[in-house]
Ligand binder design. Structure first.
Ligand code: F6P
Length: 532
């Protein structure tokens, strides 16, 4: 039974702590003017001091505008905000998603079948058993699809967390994918996307995965119905074939069955959509890299979970990154973070992180529903390097705004084309160096101010394990900053209003009735109606 005033509701927000004004003072005295070049010159051990190893990932934080005092104060902030207790409440399955009255247990999806050394009864035994039963069934199904030569194309229909995670993961781990299976992802309600995908498919050799936590999302249901209609209208296909060619990945098994789907893999309301790649939503990845690969992906994430739970806060990579995010957002006033993966297989990683960070921490009220005094989620954006260098890096080097950059690099290449990997890595290192060092030039146009911060995450190799660890790292750093900000990182009420209004507007496209709409919306509606 939960206590009357559980820890996750009574913790102070960061801006209510006694250390917050001290952080502000420190920023005013030395943080604002911290010069990275001088900081390196003054401390031969700065790189060691501000770098952090975690499972599969080395993080170099030394090119950030922090000093020993900043880190000490940020750790005091974490302590005052009772981050550890909040973290433990999440892992213990307490209902920390207060606005929806739910636990937040995506970490259980990657926990081993047997709990660690017993410290008491396993309170999550029932959920743990369900997780492994579903995982075993889903992985057996993935293996059967891999072995079935008649299936050549797998189409995942889903959006948001039911698309971004699996799509990113399938791309990222392409080097481990089974040949002969093409994976497609359709998310947008824009029919161009589905039509372009279907154009190249044969119904008999296609498997549709309908991925939706709720099985009510308008985009996914519209695409799923159109896919089913297309499928049934193909030569030699009957209604009965739907059952064999459509699979449901959802918490709403009844709705999937009603749709005509017989094969379903479930998950639970304690798995948030943007945290669901570890669940049945990961089926596309399991088909691509196999059961063993998928288990390795989970194991890598679990190792990061252990790091998050057991490493002291001062040597805890997700904690150090999450606190840095608070430092930049609330004291430096940096309102965005650029994500630069130097690996083309990580091309959907920035988009995935956009949902993870901005849907989790893009909130303006605290747990009590009252407006927050301090800023929250930064804007996340980016593209793989080196492409970004030829697009927006100009602004990062010489623009008026300072944008912290987070590089992700992978030392080992999985191709043997000579020269490419060294050029890629050299560019990543050079960009981080150039941002920090700058270059003095009397002519303003060629002057690089430097002192522009960046974090450098380095993986030895991009494998299922290391990739799982990277994604778990990002989940936990978002938890840490959200926890300091005192908001609920696990709901997303902000997406609701637009959905409701779209329902009202859609029939007006046919009827033309603009009554009750604002003049701009009514005017646009009239113009669109003339052409569509
Ligand atoms: O955009 C809102 C949202 O609820 C996301 O949180 C979620 O990942 C996405 O829609 C898709 O939801 P579902 O998996 O239920 O179709």
């Amino acid at each position: 039974m939960a206590a009357a005033h559980p820890i996750w509701q009574t913790r102070p927000r960061g801006d209510q702590t006694s250390v917050w004004p001290r952080l502000r003072d420190h920023f005013a005295k030395s943080g604002a003017g911290l010069d990275l070049r001088q900081a390196f010159a003054a401390d031969a051990r700065r790189f060691e001091r501000f770098s952090q190893s975690a499972p599969y990932i080395f993080g170099d934080l030394s090119k950030n505008r922090i000093d020993a005092v900043t880190e000490q104060l940020l750790l005091e902030l974490a302590a005052e905000c009772r981050i550890k207790a909040h973290r433990d409440a999440m892992f213990a399955g307490e209902p920390i998603n207060t606005t929806e009255g739910r636990a937040v247990l995506h970490t259980l999806l990657r926990a081993p079948r047997e709990p660690g050394p017993a410290t008491g009864p396993d309170k999550l035994a029932a959920q743990r058993a369900q997780v492994h039963e579903t995982l075993d069934a889903m992985l057996a199904f993935a293996e059967s699809v891999r072995a079935d030569a008649t299936i050549t194309d797998i189409v995942n229909i889903g959006i948001g967390g039911s698309d971004l995670g699996p799509q990113m993961a399938v791309q990222a781990l392409d080097a481990f994918a089974i040949p002969g299976k093409r994976l497609h992802f359709v998310s947008n309600v824009d029919g161009h996307e589905l039509a372009a995908t279907l154009r190249h498919l044969q119904a008999r050799s296609t498997l549709f995965l309908i991925a939706s936590k709720t099985f009510t999302t308008i985009e996914t249901m519209t695409n799923a119905r159109s896919a089913r209609h297309w499928f049934e209208s193909q030569a030699g296909i009957g209604r009965a074939d739907v059952a064999r060619h459509f699979v449901g990945l959802t918490t709403n098994l009844a709705a999937a069955q009603e749709f005509g789907i017989h094969t379903t893999f479930g998950f639970w309301d304690w798995v948030g959509g943007r945290y669901s790649v570890w669940s049945a939503i990961g089926l596309p990845l399991a088909i691509a890299i196999g059961a063993e690969g998928f288990r390795a992906f989970l194991a890598g994430a679990h190792q990061m979970d252990r790091h998050f739970c057991t490493a002291p806060l001062s040597a805890n990579l997700p904690v150090r990154l999450g606190l840095l995010d608070v430092w930049y957002r609330n004291f430096h006033g940096f309102s965005s973070r650029c994500v630069a993966p130097y690996h083309s297989a990580l091309r959907r990683y920035p988009a995935y992180l956009q949902q993870l960070e901005m849907e989790s921490n893009g909130k303006r009220v605290g747990l009590d529903g009252q407006p927050l005094a301090a800023g929250t989620s930064p804007v996340i954006w980016g593209e793989p390097g080196t492409n970004g260098q030829h697009a927006y890096f100009q602004m990062l080097h010489q623009g008026t705004d300072v944008v912290p950059v987070e590089f992700v690099t992978v030392a080992r290449a999985r191709h043997d084309l000579p020269g490419h990997q060294s050029m890629l890595l050299a560019n990543a290192l050079a960009q981080a160096q150039a941002l920090m060092q700058g270059k003095a030039d009397s002519g303003g146009h060629r002057n690089f101010p430097g002192n522009r911060p960046s974090t450098f995450l380095l993986l030895d190799d991009l494998t299922p394990q290391s990739f799982g660890a990277l994604i778990a790292l990002q989940e936990h750093r978002v938890f840490v900053s959200g926890s300091v900000w005192g908001l609920n990182s696990f709901d997303q009420w902000g997406v609701e209003l637009g959905k409701v209004l779209a329902k009202d507007i859609e029939p007006r496209l046919a009827s033309g009735a603009g009554a009750g709409l604002d003049a701009s919306t009514a005017g646009l509606l009239a113009r669109i109606r003339a052409d569509y």
